[in-house]
Structures are given as structure tokens and as C-alpha cells.
Design a binder for this molecule. Structure first.
Ligand SMILES: Nc1ncnc2c1ncn2[C@@H]1O[C@H](COP(=O)(O)OP(=O)(O)OP(=O)(O)O)[C@@H](O)[C@H]1O
Length: 420
């Protein structure tokens, strides 16, 4: 019985490999028919985090550097691997703005070949037709459009406050001000919010071109000068829920920080014409005297009490602050591509590095040839943190790394310049 099982397993494996190799060859032949693929680079989409981010970063860098890429084993780290609607919509947007050839751009595809030709500003519309995050589309399109030769106007439809993605408020409260440090800006016009499961949110983004990104130094934490945030309900939910989330956040902050530090958390019931669907959530952030901005967000779920939602978002923020990190656990990976492209030496101080960050470094090094250096600078968290280590335990787990170390991530950027 055991012998037959071994034979059967071998047969299945060898067949699977044959099928994989045959379809891969077919894809390459199709692509080679029209494109020059002599310098194609293959990206292993299953590397570390193995999610959509590796695909976004590699296609964005492919556009900027005019390198054709093959991404294989797409989202192999996820239970439902391959391209999902939001990933496909994001890649199609990049294909349009770069006049790229996209081979195998289909839902479920586990391998694509992407051959960009240019970077073209202009008007673009992308609709995930799901609650797929509009911010994740911004994450790839904006760095490319910064280097187009004219302005761009994006109309993006999908989820504005989606799980496991930056919320639109994170983009305006954290990413946008930090982007200014890299010498770029973009306008966000939030037309309508959209949530899981319906989506239907809409943002309009204006991107004006720049010549070069400036390197950043985000390594001095300074002192916390204010806490801020936004607690919301939309649809049929009572505003009381938003008050409860905000109160839970304030209570937790006051437990650990002086009451002299101002806390301003807006409590909002979204107007009906500004939101599709029913949802609730909170973002809580902190700004320091040296201009570091960190934040964390959480969305409400059926059966989860409002104060647990407020507490979760705040615990995550306090955990990042306890390292005196200058960027939060989510911003880390989002800055890697910008650091690699900028002119000069960029440095950021982080808490435990996320797998997203390590994956972003892997892709940036592979495509730009820029070398990143990661240095462990301390293994001690701040004193108040150590006295609150139990509260922060849960948070450590969600940061996907339980190390107590603080890290400096740095690189000499390639000084990417807009093509004339
Ligand atoms: N709460 C959050 N606030 C800000 N950014 C976030 C938050 N949660 C996740 N992110 C960012 O969103 C991106 C998510 O990438 P990831 O590859 O996990 O998701 P994805 O593209 O939806 O793909 P997949 O479906 O494969 O998970 C990362 O850049 C991560 O830092």
C-alpha cells in the first residue's frame, strides 16, 4: 500500500511539474513573439510575505526602470493564490500608464510577463468592482506617475477603508505628510467611502511630476507632541459606537502618556451621500517634535465590542511607539521603493521589521541594484513599555515579529530621474 502511495505521489509531482513547465514555456513563447525579452528578470512571488505587495513593487519598478519582468508563483503565500480582482485591476492600471504588454493578465493567474514601454501622464480610471483597496492601487501608480512628463488624474473605485491595507485616512494623515519629506505631493479628493463587502468608494488623485525624490532621514524620534485620530461609523450604525472607540483609545493613551500631550480624535458619522454600506473603524496616530508620524487602524466587526476595536488600534500604535520607531510597522515597507529611487542616503528607524519590509527590500535590491543595510541598534524598549509588557504582548504577535530590537534601514538611493 505504502509503495503504491509513493509511486502515485511521484507521478502526480512529475505531472504537475510538466504541466507547470509546459504552460510556462507557452507563456514565454507568446511574450517573445512581440517583445524583446533579452533582459527579462524573474521575480519569485512566493518570497517571504508572498502576497500582493511583491507584485505591486516589482511591476512599479519594472515601469520606472523599463525592465521586463516575469512574476511567478503569484501570491503563493495566500490561501487563494494567483491574481485576485484588485491585483489585476492594479496591474492593468500600470499597464495602461506604461503602455505595457501584459501576458496572462487573468484572474487566478499565478504567472505573468510584464513589458513596459514608457510612463504616460493623463486621465485614468481603475475600478476593482469589489471592496479591494483603492490605496493599494495608489501605492504602485503614484511612484510611477511622479516621473511622467505631464500631470495625471486618477479616478479609483473600490474600498477606501479596507482590511489589511492602508485606509484612505492613513494615506492622508501619514503617507502624504511623509511623502513631502521625499519631495513629492499628490492631491486626494475623497468623493465617497466604500467598505467591505460592497466597495463602491471613489477617490480622485492628482499627481504632478517631479524630477527626483529627495532622500529622507527619519531616525530622530524626538518627543510625542500630539495624538490624533478619527473614529467613524457609516450606514445604519449609531455614532455612539464611534464615541466608544475614541474613548477606549484615549483611556489607553492616558494610561501610558502624560495628560499634557493633547489627544484629538474626531468622532464622525459619515453623511449618507459620502459612504456606501455600513462600517465602523478607527485610526489613531501620534506626531513627534521631529516630524515622525505613526498610526494604526482597526475596523469594527460584527460581535466585536467598540472599545475592543479602539483598544486594538491603540495598542498597535503604542507598541510601535514603545520602540521609539520613527515609522510604524506598515509604513516601513511602503517607504522602501521610495528610498531606493531617491537621490542620496535615506535612513529610517523601525521597530521589528515586518516580512513585508524584508520582501520589499528583496525586490528593490533585485531590480534597482541598490543595496540596503539593516542594523540592529538597540534591544531595549523604552522604560514605560517594559512596565506595560503584558498589554503589548498581543500587539507583538500582530507585528509578525516578536523581537525586541530597533533597526535602522538605510540605503544610498539610485537618484532616479525623470526621462526627458
Ligand atoms: N492597517 C494598515 N495601515 C496601513 N497600511 C497597511 C495596513 N495593513 C496593511 N497595510 C499595507 O498594505 C500592504 C498590504 O500588502 P499585502 O501584500 O499584504 O496585501 P494585498 O496586496 O492585499 O495582497 P494579499 O491579498 O496577497 O494579502 C502593505 O504595504 C502593508 O504595509
Amino acid at each position: 500500500m505504502g509503495y503504491f502511495k509513493v509511486l502515485l505521489t511521484r507521478f502526480i509531482h512529475s505531472n504537475r511539474n510538466n504541466i507547470f513547465n509546459r504552460s510556462r514555456q507557452k507563456l514565454t513563447n507568446m511574450a517573445e513573439k512581440n517583445d524583446s525579452l533579452s533582459n527579462i528578470i524573474t521575480i519569485d512571488g512566493s518570497y517571504l510575505e508572498g502576497g500582493g505587495q511583491i507584485l505591486r513593487n516589482s511591476t512599479a519598478l519594472s515601469v520606472l526602470l523599463e525592465i521586463p519582468i516575469r512574476v511567478e508563483k503569484i501570491r503563493a503565500g495566500r490561501s487563494q493564490g494567483g491574481l485576485r480582482p484588485q491585483h489585476l485591476t492594479g496591474i492593468q492600471l500600470l499597464s495602461q500608464l506604461s503602455e505595457a504588454k501584459l501576458h496572462n493578465g487573468n484572474i487566478g493567474a499565478t504567472e505573468i510577463i510584464f513589458t513596459p514601454r514608457t510612463i504616460k501622464g493623463g486621465n485614468y480610471i481603475a475600478d476593482t468592482k469589489t471592496a479591494g483597496s483603492v490605496c493599494l492601487m495608489m501605492q504602485t501608480a503614484i511612484p510611477c506617475l511622479l516621473f511622467a512628463n505631464n500631470s495625471s488624474y486618477l479616478r479609483l473605485l473600490g474600498g477606501t477603508n479596507a482590511e489589511f491595507a492602508p485606509e484612505i485616512d492613513y494615506y492622508s494623515m501619514v503617507f502624504q505628510p511623509i511623502a513631502r519629506r521625499f519631495n513629492f505631493n499628490f492631491d486626494i479628493n475623497l468623493v465617497r467611502r466604500g467598505y467591505y463587502p460592497k466597495g463602491g468608494g471613489e477617490v480622485r488623485i492628482t499627481v504632478n511630476p517631479i524630477d527626483q525624490l529627495t532622500a529622507v532621514d527619519l531616525t530622530e524620534f524626538g518627543q510625542i507632541k500630539r495624538f490624533f485620530g478619527r473614529a467613524f461609523v457609516a450606514g445604519t450604525l449609531s455614532k455612539r459606537i464611534a464615541y466608544e472607540m475614541a474613548e477606549a483609545a484615549e483611556k489607553l493613551i492616558h494610561k501610558q502618556y502624560s495628560k499634557d500631550i493633547p489627544i484629538e480624535i474626531q468622532v464622525v458619522k459619515e453623511p449618507d451621500n459620502m459612504a456606501i454600506g455600513t462600517a465602523t473603524g478607527i485610526i489613531v496616530g501620534a506626531e513627534t517634535t521631529t516630524g515622525c508620524i505613526l498610526a494604526s487602524s482597526a475596523l469594527g466587526k460584527r460581535g466585536v465590542p467598540a472599545n475592543d476595536v479602539g483598544t486594538q488600534a491603540t495598542e498597535d500604535l503604542l507598541y510601535d511607539l514603545s520602540y521609539q520607531a520613527c515609522v510604524d510597522r506598515h509604513l516601513q515597507d511602503q517607504l522602501i521603493i521610495l528610498m531606493a529611487l531617491a537621490k542620496g542616503h535615506s535612513k529610517i528607524r523601525c521597530g521589528p521589521l515586518s516580512d513585508h519590509t524584508k520582501t520589499a527590500i528583496f525586490v528593490a535590491e533585485l531590480l534597482t541594484k541598490v543595496k540596503f543595510k539593516v542594523t540592529e541598534v538597540s534591544s531595549l524598549k523604552t522604560e514605560h513599555d517594559q512596565s506595560n509588557s503584558t498589554t503589548l504582548q498581543a500587539s507583538a504577535t500582530s507585528a509578525s515579529n516578536t523581537s525586541n530590537s530597533t533597526f535602522i534601514v538605510e540605503c544610498e538611493g539610485l537618484g532616479y530621474q525623470r526621462r526627458s
